[in-house]
Design a protein around this ligand. Structure first.
Ligand SMILES: [Zn+2]
Length: 217
């Protein structure tokens, strides 16, 4: 299956005036302009070249590229330049730009939500933190753990760490998504520690907090 490639579309035809066909000597040579473009799933993404070709209406001789006689060239060039590339040749590019802009918007909204969760923590908030780099936990074999806020007082939060360690942050977020972190036994109760909101914000700024979620939202 071909997902992408190049194609050509005819943009128009025009009879050449005052020139005779090299093959049959009759008038009636018609010029065609083709737009070459890249496509993805047959959606035009980007036009890149206009091609011209000629065809004799009487003897059907077709010529393109270097085979086109020099005497045709001036008219061909004028015709080629007069044919505008239609806007829909950029359809795919516009779609891609919308997707990228949409993705960036979602990313920005997530960043803002994380920053607001960290600035105004609530009991039950779940964090995925790189505890090796962020909290310097020496006994951690793998960097990522799920931590839960168990208390918020003034500008300080109390956190409890999950039993499990993950080599990738995605492993920890998957555990949260699968509801494992909602089970009481997931956390090492009785082993809480405290961080100030400012420390949490520093961890977020340093990229050690990979994920924050508020349950019931
Ligand atoms: Zn001809």
């Amino acid at each position: 299956m071909i997902f992408y490639g190049t194609r050509a579309k005819s943009l128009g035809a025009q009879a050449l005036g005052g020139v005779a066909c090299q093959s049959c000597g009759q008038s009636g040579v018609v010029a065609h302009v083709f737009q070459k473009y890249f496509h993805i799933f047959w959606i035009p993404v980007l036009p890149y070249k206009k091609l011209v070709a000629t065809e004799c209406a009487r003897c059907q001789q077709a010529l393109a590229g270097e085979d086109v006689p020099p005497m045709y060239q001036a008219q061909l060039e004028t015709f080629r330049a007069s044919v505008k590339t239609p806007w829909y040749m950029y359809t795919g590019l516009v779609l891609i730009l919308f997707l990228v802009a949409g993705g960036y918007y979602v990313y920005q909204k997530n960043q803002e939500l994380r920053a607001s969760y960290v600035a105004h923590p609530q009991v039950g908030d779940l964090y995925v933190i790189d505890v090796q780099k962020g909290l310097a936990l020496k006994d951690a074999q793998y960097p990522f753990r799920v931590l839960k806020i168990t208390n918020v007082k003034d500008k300080t939060v109390t956190l409890v760490s999950g039993h499990y360690e993950y080599s990738a942050a995605s492993g920890a977020t998957e555990a949260i998504d699968a509801g494992k972190a909602d089970e009481l036994a997931y956390f090492l109760l009785g082993d809480e520690f405290s961080l100030s909101i400012e420390q949490l914000q520093t961890l977020l700024g340093q990229g050690h907090i990979r994920y924050v979620t508020r349950r019931g939202k």
